[in-house]
Design a protein. Structure first.
Length: 293
């Protein structure tokens, strides 16, 4: 793939910073509204459900079982094959009707099967674990703020943390809007995207720090534009090389993998946008109003 070369570009990103901030505020508000009203489609990891251990009369592929269950809305079930023809199937089930429907569908599509065990299970991610995750995330954001304030400037740390919250909230809104299932894999994806977005933001802000001596002669707006353009090639090349395999995963990865890849798709796009516009715009607007803080 030919690398993108932006060495001769001088794009006026900061000219549109207020538009970018307004668009982001609208997206964040819409995402919070969707999450609060429509909610999230939580997987069996969060809601609990049933575990069926069944034995088929002949060997059956996991992909075929998933395709069969997809027709009755259970395509996100956790399916594990082991011990010859035995399979563990974990799925959401609030009543006996769903369990019967799953068994009838499997019998219809694969012939005779023997039910070895039926267990009701609680959610993997309970209230205590979710609370611990929120505490861990909060501590991580505080740590980022302290590091950025020490390594760069306090305003840089605040801008980076706001950009991360911006990305995470919009990802939640995208999942709420599309109704895609939120599972433990989604948590892994969102943490990965947070790291990816933070790294991109730090690259831009580090170049701003290197060019900071120009702020009195060029002004903060021009300084931001110069810094973003100097790192633009790196940002675009990194985003494209990451985006292409994720698109392949989303299109060809099957129902479970594509759901996981969707978080990366949204995160990469939003994270690239926020590192160029949001973090830089916050620093610029902050400096214009309070240059000595």
């Amino acid at each position: 793939m030919v690398a993108f070369n932006a060495s001769k570009l001088n794009l006026p990103f900061m000219k549109y910073r207020l538009y970018a901030i307004v668009i982001s505020l609208v997206l964040v508000a819409a995402s919070l509204g969707l999450t609060a009203t429509k909610g999230l489609n939580l997987s069996v990891d969060f809601t609990g459900g049933l575990v069926l251990q069944v034995e088929f009369s002949s060997q059956v592929q996991v992909s075929d079982i998933r395709a069969s269950l997809s027709r009755i809305g259970q395509g996100q079930a956790i399916i594990q094959a082991y011990n010859n023809n035995e399979v563990l199937i974990r799925f959401q089930a609030q009543d006996e009707k769903i369990r019967r429907e799953v068994l009838e569908t499997l019998k219809k599509d694969f012939g005779g099967l023997k039910v070895l065990k039926i267990d009701k299970v609680g959610p993997v991610v309970g209230k205590e674990l979710r609370a611990q995750a929120m505490v861990s995330l909060s501590l991580a954001l505080v740590g980022i703020l302290i590091y950025m304030a020490f390594r760069f400037k306090f305003r840089f740390g605040v801008a980076a943390v706001v950009a991360l919250l911006h990305d995470s909230i919009i990802m939640l809104g995208a999942y709420s809007l599309t109704g895609k299932e939120v599972s433990v894999a989604f948590i892994a994806a969102i943490l990965t995207v947070v790291g990816y977005s933070l790294n991109d933001t730090i690259v831009v802000l580090d170049r701003v720090r290197e060019n900071w001596g120009m702020v009195k002669t060029n002004g903060i707006v021009e300084l931001m534009d110069i810094s973003i353009n100097q790192t633009l090639a790196r940002t675009i090349n990194t985003s494209l090389t990451t985006l292409l395999p994720v698109i392949a995963m989303f299109i060809f990865g099957g129902e479970v993998i594509s759901n996981f890849a969707f978080a990366f798709l949204v995160g990469i796009v939003v994270g690239t946008y926020s590192s160029i516009f949001i973090a830089s715009s916050i620093v610029a607007e902050w400096y214009l109003r309070y240059p000595k803080i």
